[in-house]
Design a protein. Structure first.
Length: 168
């Protein structure tokens, strides 16, 4: 814990507590601390994990994010495994950005020699086959953020197009 940070901590079942009190209470305790990441609206978007296997909450998040369907292009089988896109053994992190829900067959296939996968910056999964073909699995619709609201100019233009279409 960083002793220079004096932000209060949240204690489950109690509420906010002073940082100094939390430091003292945890000074000799055996605890597991995990960072939770939220978007500006306060919605959980990721959880930090150092383990190879996704913790139950993170695995549930991945299954929900992926809509319960295998992330492999063309596969619509139910998710049976939550696994790393970039292998843990190759340095892939156990994080929402690097985890994907896969059916049993696709999860086994991706472990075969010559297969590679990595997460894309937009939440997609990029898979490279042993023959060098590249396939991109886009992020599920349920995971995409809402589009930004229309600007005033876009609203005016939209209304003009609608009025023109109605007049024709």
């Amino acid at each position: 814990m960083n002793e220079t940070v004096d932000q209060p901590t949240m204690v489950e079942g109690y509420g906010p507590a002073p940082a100094a009190w939390a430091r003292e209470a945890l000074s000799d305790a055996e605890v597991f601390i995990r960072r939770l990441f939220t978007d500006p609206a306060g919605q959980l978007v990721a959880m930090e994990s150092r383990s190879r296997k996704a913790p139950d909450g993170l695995a549930e998040f991945i299954v929900t994010r992926d809509g319960g369907i295998c992330r492999t292009n063309g596969c619509d089988a139910p998710i049976r495994n939550v696994d790393h896109a970039e292998r843990h053994a190759d340095g892939g992190k156990t994080s929402a950005a690097n985890l994907q829900g896969l059916c049993e067959r696709c999860n086994q296939a991706k472990e075969a020699l010559g297969w590679q996968a990595r997460p894309g910056p937009d939440g997609s999964i990029i898979t490279i086959t042993p023959t060098g073909h590249v396939y991109t699995s886009p992020p599920p619709d349920t995971w995409r953020p809402d589009p930004p609201p229309l600007s005033r100019a876009e609203l005016v233009l939209r209304d003009m197009v609608v009025d023109h279409a109605l007049a024709a």
